[in-house]
Design a binder for this molecule. Structure first.
Ligand SMILES: NC(=O)c1ccc[n+]([C@@H]2O[C@H](COP(=O)([O-])OP(=O)(O)OC[C@H]3O[C@@H](n4cnc5c(N)ncnc54)[C@H](OP(=O)(O)O)[C@@H]3O)[C@@H](O)[C@H]2O)c1
Length: 430
C-alpha cells in the first residue's frame, strides 16, 4: 500500500480568515479531498499572547512569517496577513523562492504584484493560489481561470465589496446617512476602523483587477483602474434613483474592446428588478459575459471567516493534487499589462442630479444646454422644494460618450440658475 503524503502547512496570519482556517482544519482532521493529509505545523501572527478562538499552544510559533515560510517543517505556506507589501509580500516571496506552494487570500498583494509573483512561482514550479482573494466563498477565480478558459470573456462586472453593499443597503432601508451607517457598521465589526480600502473603492478595484487579468489573459493592472468609492453617495440620490426605478450599487467592471481594457469601480444605478440591485446586505454578485457561453451570474458571501476559510481550504486541496498551472490564464512569461482604454471614450447612460433655483425657465435652460452639447435626455424628474437652498431635479440620459457628458456638465454648472456642479452617476451597463 502506498503511504499517504502528509502536507505540512504553515499559516501566517491568525485573524478572521486564519482563525476560520485553523478552526476548520481542527474540526476536520481528515480533510483530504485530494488524498494525503494536511497538518498545520507552524503559525505566525503579530501577538503570541492575544486570545484566539482556537488553541495554538501545541503549534510551533514563528514571530517572523518569513522564517515560517523558510522553515523546513513548512511544505505549503498560507499567507493570511494582508497588505500589498511588507511582511505578507516578503513571506510569499520567500516561500516561492524556495519552491513551496503558496495559498493566499490577499487581493492587494495579487492585484499589485501578481505578475512578478507569478513569474517567480512559475520559474520555481510552485503553485500560487488565491481563490479567497475575490468574492470570499464564491469560486469566481477558479471559474474564470479554469472552467471558462474555453470561452472568450468580453466583460465581468459586479458587486465585489460586501461592506459597501451593506452600507448602501442600510442607507436605503433605514434612511440614514453614509456617515451614520458607516459608524454603526464599524461598531458592529462589519467595517474596519480605517474604512478607506472598502468605502474608497480600492478593495473592489483590487478584486476586479485580478478578475480582469484572469478573464483577459493579461497581467493585473491595478494602476490603470478608475476608482470612485461610495463616500459621496447621498441619501437624496438613493431616494431619487429609486423614484426612477433604480438602486445604487458599487459596481466594479472590466470590459474588453479592440482598443484595450477598461477597469472601473463606480457607484452605479442598476434597475430595481436586476439581480445586481437585488443582491442586498453584504452579498457579492458577479456577471460574466462570454462570447460563446453567454451570461453567467453568481452570488454569495464575499467575506467572513467561514466562507473565506472554505476557499483557502479548497486551494490547499488543489495543492495536494500536485497540479501546477499558470497562475493567471497564460504563462507568466507571456503576460503583459493590458492597454487601458481612455474612460472618456466610454459610452453609457447616466444619471444627473442638479440643484437649481426655484424659478421659471430653469428646466428649459438645462434641456437646451444638454441638447446643444449633444446629450439626449431619457427621463426627467423634478421634486417638490426640499429646502430654501435649491430644488433638486434629476434626469437620465441616453447612451453618450463620457467626454461629451463631462463637457455638458461643465456647461450646465455654469448656468446662473444651477447652484452646484451636477452630481453624475453612471447607469450600470449590465
Ligand atoms: N476578513 C475577510 O472576510 C476576508 C475575505 C477575503 C479575503 N480576506 C483577506 O485575507 C487576509 C487576512 O484578512 P483578515 O480579515 O483575516 O485580517 P485580520 O483579521 O486583520 O488578521 C490579520 C492577521 O495577520 C497578523 N499579522 C499582522 N502583521 C503581521 C506580521 N508582521 N507578522 C505576522 N502576522 C501578522 C495579525 O496578527 P495579530 O492577530 O497578532 O494581530 C492577524 O492575525 C487579507 O489579505 C484580507 O484582504 C479577508
Amino acid at each position: 500500500m502506498t503511504q499517504q503524503k502528509t502536507w505540512r502547512i504553515g499559516v501566517a496570519g491568525l485573524g478572521t480568515v486564519g482563525a476560520g482556517l485553523l478552526t476548520f482544519l481542527a474540526e476536520h482532521p481528515d480533510f483530504a479531498p485530494a488524498g494525503g493529509k494536511a497538518v498545520v505545523t507552524g503559525v505566525s501572527a503579530r501577538s503570541r499572547s492575544r486570545p484566539r478562538p482556537f488553541d495554538i499552544s501545541g503549534l510551533p510559533w514563528f514571530d517572523d512569517p518569513v522564517a515560517l515560510a523558510n522553515s523546513p517543517q513548512t511544505d505549503v505556506f498560507v499567507e493570511l496577513i494582508g497588505g500589498s507589501d511588507g511582511p505578507a509580500k516578503a513571506a510569499v516571496e520567500a516561500a516561492l523562492s524556495a519552491g513551496k506552494p503558496v495559498v493566499t487570500a490577499n487581493k492587494a498583494l495579487i492585484a499589485e504584484h501578481g505578475a512578478e509573483l507569478a513569474a517567480l512561482a512559475e520559474a520555481k514550479g510552485a503553485p500560487l493560489l488565491f481563490e479567497a482573494a475575490v468574492m470570499g466563498g464564491v469560486p469566481a477565480v477558479k471559474m474564470i481561470r479554469e472552467a471558462l478558459v474555453g470561452d472568450e470573456i468580453a466583460s465581468v462586472a459586479g458587486i465585489l465589496n460586501g461592506t459597501c453593499n451593506y452600507i448602501l443597503t442600510e442607507m436605503e432601508a433605514t434612511g440614514r446617512s453614509f456617515a451614520e451607517v458607516l459608524a454603526e457598521a464599524q461598531r458592529l465589526g462589519y467595517a474596519e476602523a480605517d474604512p478607506t480600502m472598502d468605502v474608497g473603492g480600492f478593495d473592489a478595484a483590487h478584486k476586479i483587477s485580478i478578475l480582469a487579468a484572469l478573464a483577459f489573459g493579461c497581467a493585473p493592472n491595478y494602476a490603470a483602474a478608475e476608482i470612485e468609492g461610495i463616500a459621496g453617495v447621498e441619501l437624496l440620490d438613493i431616494h431619487l434613483a429609486r423614484d426612477l426605478g433604480y438602486r445604487i450599487k458599487l459596481v466594479a467592471s472590466a470590459d474588453r474592446s479592440p482598443d484595450g481594457v477598461l477597469v472601473r469601480v463606480h457607484p452605479s444605478l442598476a434597475p430595481l428588478s436586476h439581480p445586481l440591485a437585488q443582491a442586498g446586505g453584504a452579498l457579492n454578485a458577479l456577471f460574466i459575459e462570454g462570447r460563446r457561453i453567454g451570461r453567467i451570474f453568481v452570488q454569495g458571501p464575499g467575506a467572513g471567516a467561514g466562507p473565506t476559510a472554505a476557499a483557502v481550504a479548497a486551494d490547499i486541496a488543489d495543492v495536494m493534487t500536485g497540479a501546477v498551472r499558470p497562475v493567471f490564464q497564460a504563462p507568466a512569461t507571456s503576460l503583459a499589462p493590458f492597454t487601458p482604454v481612455d474612460p472618456s471614450k466610454s459610452i453609457g447612460r447616466a444619471y444627473l442630479r442638479l440643484s437649481v433655483k426655484d424659478e421659471p425657465g430653469v428646466i428649459a435652460a438645462v434641456s437646451e444646454t444638454l441638447a446643444e452639447a449633444g446629450v439626449s435626455i431619457e427621463s426627467f424628474l423634478q421634486k417638490p422644494v426640499e429646502n430654501a437652498s435649491g430644488v433638486p431635479i434629476v434626469l437620465t440620459t441616453h447612451a453618450v460618450a463620457e467626454s461629451v457628458l463631462t463637457a455638458a456638465i461643465d456647461r450646465i454648472a455654469a448656468l446662473p440658475a444651477v447652484l452646484d456642479r451636477p452630481r453624475l452617476l453612471r447607469i450600470a451597463k449590465i
